[in-house]
Design a protein around this ligand. Sequence first.
Ligand SMILES: *[C@@H]1O[C@H](CO)[C@@H](O)[C@H](O)[C@H]1NC(C)=O
Ligand SMILES: *[C@@H]1O[C@H](CO)[C@@H](O)[C@H](O)[C@H]1NC(C)=O
Ligand SMILES: *[C@@H]1O[C@H](CO)[C@@H](O)[C@H](O)[C@H]1NC(C)=O
Length: 430
Amino acid sequence: MNGKQLVLVLATVLALGSLQVAATETSDNKTGEFVATRDWQVISEGQAIPKGLHVRINLQTGLKEAKLLDESERGTALQSQTEESDSEPMALDYKKDVAEAAQRHAKEYVELRKAYKEFQKNFRTDGELIVQLIGQYRNFSKKPLESELKTKLDALENLEFLLHQIDNALVFIDNGGLDDVLLPIVVNDTNTALRVSAMRVLGSLTSNNPKAQIKVFEKSFGSYLSQILMSSTSSAEISSALHAFGALLRKFPLAQTRVLSTSGTQALIRVLRSPDMELRSKGKVVTLISDLVLEKRSVLEGSKDTTDAASSFAQYVLIEFESWLETQGYCTALDDVLAKDFLHLLDQPELVEQFSTAIWTTQSMCHVVWSQSSALRHALLTIRNRYANSKDEYRLEVSQALDNICKRLYDKPKHTELAHNKRKPHHKFH
Ligand SMILES: *[C@@H]1O[C@H](CO)[C@@H](O)[C@H](O)[C@H]1NC(C)=O
Ligand SMILES: *[C@@H]1O[C@H](CO)[C@@H](O)[C@H](O)[C@H]1NC(C)=O
Ligand SMILES: *[C@@H]1O[C@H](CO)[C@@H](O)[C@H](O)[C@H]1NC(C)=O
C-alpha cells in the first residue's frame, strides 16, 4: 500500500463526547485512562478518551490512535464540540474493513455523515431511525416510480452509514430489513443505482459482524451476489457486489464452502476474464482471492489448542478453494490479464501491488502454468525494470516484490537440487 495513503486522518472526526471503542471480552484495562500527548498513541479496546482529541485510524495496523490537537486545530475542535455536544455520540466503531472503505470513499463518507446528522435530528435513537427507514421502504409503491428514486437512494445512504455499527445492523435485520428493503432491490430491481446502493448497505452491515453475516448468508445473498458478478456490465455494480461478497465471506468458513464451491468461484473468475471490466475491479478480485487463501492457510497453520481453534480448523479443512480456482481457470485468467494489460498497469503501482501479492500467495498452485508463460514473464519483467529505475520509494518496493516473484517462477533450479530430485526414489510406486 502507498505509504502516503496508509494513514487516513479523519480530520472531521474529533472526539465527540466520551468515545468508547466497542468492548470485547478481552481483559483489557478498561479503567485505564488515555493520557494524550502530542504524539499519536494507540487507543486500546474499550478505553474511554477525553474530549477534544484528534482521532485517526492507522490503516497499516487498523488501530485507532489519538493525540492532542495542534494549536492551529483547536478552533475547529471547539466549534465542532459545541455543535455536537447535545447529540448522541457518533458511531465511530470503525474496524479495519470499514476503515479501508472509508479511505476509498473518504470524501463521500464525510458527505454521508453530514446528510445523516441532518436526518437524525428528528429521532431519539438510531434504532427508531432504522425502523422508520424500513417502514418508509415498505410504503413505497411496488412499481418502480421515478418520483420515488431520490428518496429511496437517500434512505439507503443513511442506512449505509448507520449499519456500520454492529448493534444497528442487528436492529435492521430483526426488523425485517433484509427481506423488505435489500432483497427486493438486489434480486429484482432494474435500476442499477439502487442495486449499487443496496449492495453497499449490505457490505456495510456484514463487515466484521458475524451475526449479520449468518443472517445475510441464510437469505442466499451469496448466490444473488454471484449472479450479479456473473452478469453485470457496470463497474460500479461489480465494485459494490465485490465489496458485499467479500464482507459476507471473510472469516466465515461455512459460507466460503457453500458459496465458493458453487457459483462463487466461477463468478470471480468471470470478472477476471471479462474484457470490458476495469482493471480496478480485477485487482479487487485477486485481492479477495488472495485474502481467502491466506485466511485458510493461517487457520490451518495456527495452533489447535483450544476447542474454538479445533472447530474452525475442521471447517476450514473443507474449503477446497484452491482446487475450485484451478478448475475455473484462475491461473490462466490471471496470466492473461497481466499479459494483455501490463502497459496499463505501469502507471498504477497500487494495482501492481495487488496483483503481485496475489501471485505470490497463489504461486504454488499456479507454478506450472506461470513458470511456462513467456507472456507473463515479459509483463512482470517489464514492470519490474520500469519500477527499478524509479525514484519513488513505493515503486521500488513493488519492484522488489516483483523481483522475488520472477526469481521464484523463472530462475532455473540449481543443479544440486535437480540431481537431488533425480535421485529421490518414487516411494509412491513401490
Ligand atoms: C489500569 O490502569 C490504571 C491507570 O493507568 C492503573 O492505575 C491500574 O494499575 C491499571 N490496572 C491494571 C490491572 O493494569
Ligand atoms: C406508511 O403509510 C401509512 C398509510 O399511508 C402511514 O400511516 C404510515 O405513517 C407510513 N409509514 C411511514 C414510515 O412512512
Ligand atoms: C422477485 O420477483 C419475482 C417475480 O415477480 C417474485 O416472485 C419474487 O418474490 C421477487 N423476489 C423478491 C426477493 O422480491
